[in-house]
Write a protein that binds this ligand. Structure first.
Ligand SMILES: Nc1nc2c(c(=O)[nH]1)N[C@H]1C(S)=C(S)[C@@H](COP(=O)(O)OP(=O)(O)OC[C@H]3O[C@@H](n4cnc5c(=O)[nH]c(N)nc54)[C@H](O)[C@@H]3O)O[C@H]1N2
Ligand SMILES: Nc1nc2c(c(=O)[nH]1)N[C@H]1C(S)=C(S)[C@@H](COP(=O)(O)OP(=O)(O)OC[C@H]3O[C@@H](n4cnc5c(=O)[nH]c(N)nc54)[C@H](O)[C@@H]3O)O[C@H]1N2
Ligand code: SF4
Ligand SMILES: [Mo]
Length: 806
């Protein structure tokens, strides 16, 4: 492995070895051929000069790091990171993690797609035949025309895909900001989707409380005396030098302050001495909140002045007129509501597995330590009743009056400053219909049943056409990242339903195997673009992602591909406006300079590589103006106040068609998961399983970089108690299964996970054998397609399974 780390080009031997290990037989394009340009680099008399080219890691890890590719003889021989700035906050270095620094191993990867291909054989089998670009573009355009004629533009779908979230012209997410969207908008539009696999439940749930979904900027954490963290793991999910993980560490050190984390796993974010880890059963956070609320109410620790002035529905006096008696939060907690159950710490302990004495101690600590930042990650809302759980956490911030003040917080995830820049104009979609992003396979098979009240259809009362054509640019949600892979496979294999899938990729991924037309894209190292910052606290920046090396093989840019399809659809002029990619960059940059006069000239920027701007104001405090003057600056809720009781949710609960155990309540009540520790299914599948966002990959991206994969292995976290019961030892190969599928993964026996719960990194590459057993340990072999009630979104962390040694 040593030679992956040094600066010499990848050798023929190691490349071939690696390729052989990684490429499945059916992966025609992923054959283990060494790349010509690499294999042929021989030492010559004169050493070619090494130049350094600015670029960026444009994946969706929530960050965006600067890279400096070291290029010799048109090859990247090493990748360094930001070397500008200093230790001063606002000028600090945007340093890349190990993944970004291994970028060239995604460029020169045996899985790299080399030329356009079309499917031969059944969809999903992974057999392809090389075709010309002409044939590829003609086939796409002809099918678009045919499908539009038969079904209209609503039958064309752009799938959720975040592989180049960090681009501007090459941007894949949000889908409406991609070049594909611009192309389709020039030609009558496409079926929209709303929500994300990341945040669907909290993004829909939180605005019922606050009118929006915000928390204080991460750089305000230094002003907190205590951080209460529900399943937020920035040490793994915000690994960039840009911001959040450092700000949390700084807050802990500088303020010498405690952070208490509720998480089923002892994560890397909770390893310092200032941390307390409180293991909690997945899907039960709302019960914990209710138990703590009971302590606060009974011990008179709530901020009554705050509740009276700023909230609706805390007690019977502040309920809206239409709400039934006994439906206030206080009644719910004290057992005076409809369920008649007092939410005592003992009640909460039985559900959450957090001891009652811990619940009492921490409830007091939260109420008595001010200001206190209450925050959550997104893991706990990616669950069966995640909307309820996400909303409930806000209650701790609301009851203690921590909302709208420095050092306090709202219970949502941290926010960051965004420096003014400009975007690629993608025009307006003439189609208004929108589906929840998680229901795209349903929109193929049962579109005729899908309405606003059954499936959250927006912009229309019902869905009128099935999805017949899918664009999948820079995403792996066709298979790997979407739930219930075996179900998705069955739907997609029938090409009489969805008739055409176009995949634009760098690598032969599991989603690429489902393409009818597979187009080889350039990586970020082979084309010019801009990369604006992701989560970076109180500093914004933008990176000039320049062309480091010439396009490999027959790969072309997505902009180029769209221009060619536009030509065949008769909208070339509308799509390109006569510009190539470089001309668009100059055009967009001129716009950005108008929005942000401090930006340097285009060519100076290209030289500098990265422009950083500290927020000229102070870190954003969520709902600060509301806190200062709630009458002059009301919230975006119907009452203008914090809605503990939401009439809109009461209305939805009364009018939508829901499954019996789908729970939507006007208060943020605890709702047991339909696939959780209390469900009947535990008699067959006793273990709760979820997949965490893992430092080994960004979802599936970097999953084929052997170096990183080896450093952070794909393993199943199992508590010694569960392991012993089943005769499992550390390192044993396990099978993990439920009624949806089966996979293989080695055991990591560790006390860092709660008994009864197991977990693995999500995003591993799906590698089924002939019987459909996944040897790549992709968790979506086991996850369900049943959507959460309100957001109709992915409950990918709510799964019951059993495990055994193989
Ligand atoms: N079970 C489970 N499933 C999950 C999650 C979970 O927690 N558990 N998380 C969900 C979440 S939050 C998300 S955001 C989604 C993410 O799902 P995706 O958005 O599908 O993200 P990736 O798996 O990283 O796939 C990105 C793809 O883009 C490709 N790519 C990268 N760069 C380029 C480029 O320059 N050009 C082109 N054409 N392609 C490129 C990569 O090769 C990769 O195949 O997964 C979701 N799925
Ligand atoms: N290295 C890396 N970084 C990433 C990504 C990646 O794939 N790899 N993906 C990026 C993307 S797109 C996103 S959306 C974010 C995702 O960020 P998150 O959604 O916050 O990440 P997760 O790992 O899914 O969940 C965070 C924590 O929640 C815990 N958890 C799970 N269920 C529960 C529960 O019921 N209650 C409580 N209290 N905790 C629970 C998990 O153990 C985990 O430690 O990360 C981003 N950053
Ligand atoms: S994966 Fe994320 S943290 Fe790592 S280099 Fe890329 S953008 Fe930065
Ligand atoms: Mo995400």
């Amino acid at each position: 492995m040593k030679n992956w780390l040094n600066k010499t080009p990848l050798s023929r031997r190691s490349f071939a070895k690696w390729g052989a290990a990684l490429s499945g037989a059916a992966f025609t394009a992923g054959s283990a051929l060494p790349l010509k340009s690499i294999a042929s680099s021989k030492p010559s008399g004169k050493t070619p000069e090494i130049k350094s080219v600015w670029s960026a890691c444009t994946v969706n890890c929530g960050s965006r790091c600067a890279l400096r590719h070291q290029v010799q003889d048109d090859q990247i021989i090493a990748t360094h990171t930001d070397n500008t700035g200093n230790d001063e906050y606002g000028h600090h270095q945007v340093r890349a993690c190990l993944r970004g620094r291994s970028f060239r191993q995604r460029v020169y990867n045996p899985d790299r797609l080399k030329y356009p291909m079309k499917r031969v054989g059944q969809r999903g089998e992974g057999h392809f035949e090389r075709i010309s670009w002409e044939e590829a573009f003609d086939t796409i355009a002809d099918n678009l025309k045919r499908i539009r004629k038969d079904y209209g533009n609503e039958a064309i779908y752009i799938n959720y895909a975040t592989g180049t979230l960090g681009g501007t012209i090459s941007k894949s997410w949000p889908p409406g900001s991609s070049p594909i969207a611009r192309l389709m908008n020039c030609w009558g539009g496409y079926l929209n989707h709303y929500g994300t696999y990341s945040t669907a439940q909290i993004a829909i749930g939180m605005p019922y409380v606050y009118g929006s979904n915000m928390n204080n900027c991460s750089s305000d954490l230094v002003n907190s005396k205590l951080i209460i963290n529900f399943g937020n793991n920035p040490a793994e999910t915000r690994m960039s030098g840009a911001g959040v993980v450092y700000q949390m560490a700084e807050a802990k050190e500088r303020g010498n302050m405690r952070m208490i984390t509720f998480d089923p796993r002892k994560t890397d974010s909770t390893l310092s001495d200032n941390d307390e880890w409180v293991p909690i059963r997945p899907g039960t956070d709302a019960a914990l909140v209710a138990g703590m609320a009971w302590v606060m109410i009974r011990e008179n620790l709530v901020d009554t002045d705050f509740l009276t002035r700023y909230t609706v529905g805390y007690d019977e006096d502040s309920l809206p007129a239409g709400a039934p008696k006994g439906s206030s939060w206080k009644s719910y907690i004290l057992g005076q509501g409809a369920d008649g159950i007092e939410k005592t710490p003992e009640w909460a302990a039985r559900i959450t597995s957090v001891p009652a004495r811990t619940i009492i101690r921490i409830a007091r600590e939260i109420a008595l330590t001010k200001p206190c930042n209450i925050q959550q990650g997104w893991g706990l809302q990616r669950t069966a009743n995640g909307e309820q759980a996400a909303r409930s956490i806000a209650m701790l911030a609301v009851m203690t009056g921590n909302v709208g003040i420095s050092g306090g917080g709202t219970g949502a995830r941290e926010s960051s400053y965004a420096m003014p820049f400009a975007a690629f104009p993608t025009l307006t979609n003439p189609v208004s219909t929108s589906i929840p992003m998680f229901l795209w396979t349903d929109a193929i098979t049962r579109y005729h049943e899908m309405t606003d009240k059954t499936d959250g259809i927006r912009g229309a009362e019902k869905l009128n056409q099935p999805i017949k054509f899918i664009w999948n640019y820079a995403g792996n949600c066709i298979i790997n990242q979407h739930s219930d892979i075996n179900r998705t496979h069955d739907i997609l294999q029938d090409d009489s339903q969805c008739e055409m899938i176009v995949v634009i990729e760098n690598h032969m991924t599991s989603s690429a195997r489902y393409a009818d037309i597979l187009l080889p894209d350039l990586t970020a190292a082979e084309q010019p673009d801009f990369s604006p910052a992701g989560s970076s606290g109180n500093m914004g920046y933008v990176i000039f992602t320049d062309t480091a090396v010439s396009p490999l093989f027959e790969c072309r840019s997505v902009y180029d591909m769209c221009s060619e399809v536009a030509k065949r659809l008769g909208v070339e002029e509308a799509f390109t406006e006569g510009r190539d990619q470089e001309a668009w960059l100059r055009h967009i940059y001129a716009q950005a300079q108008q929005n942000n006069p401090d930006l340097p000239e285009f060519d100076a920027f290209r030289q500098m590589g990265i422009v950083k701007q500290k927020n000229p104001g102070k870190p954003n405090i969520a709902y600060e103006s509301f806190r200062k003057d709630p009458e002059a600056s009301p919230l975006g809720t119907p009452s203008g106040k914090i809605e503990i009781y939401s009439e809109r949710l009461a209305d939805i609960a009364a009018t939508w068609t829901l499954n019996e155990d789908d729970i939507i309540t006007p208060l943020p009540e605890y709702a047991p998961s339909w696939e959780g520790h209390e469900s009947e299914l535990t008699s067959k599948f006793p273990l709760q399983l979820f997949g965490f966002h893992y430092k080994s990959r960004v979802h599936s991206t970097y999953g084929n970089v052997a170096l990183v994969d080896d450093a952070c292995r794909q393993e199943l976290w199992v508590n010694p108690i569960d392991a012993e019961k089943r005769g499992i030892k550390d390192g044993d190969m396990l099978k993990v299964w439920n009624d949806r599928g089966e996979l293989r993964i080695p055991a990591r026996v560790t006390e860092r996970i709660l008994p009864g719960v197991i977990a693995m990194g999500q995003g591993a590459w799906y590698k089924p054998d002939r019987k459909g057993v996944d040897h790549g340990a992709c968790i979506n072999t086991l996850t369900t397609q049943r959507p959460s009630p309100l957001a109709k979104a992915n409950p990918q962390h709510s799964n019951l399974v059993e495990i055994a040694r193989v």
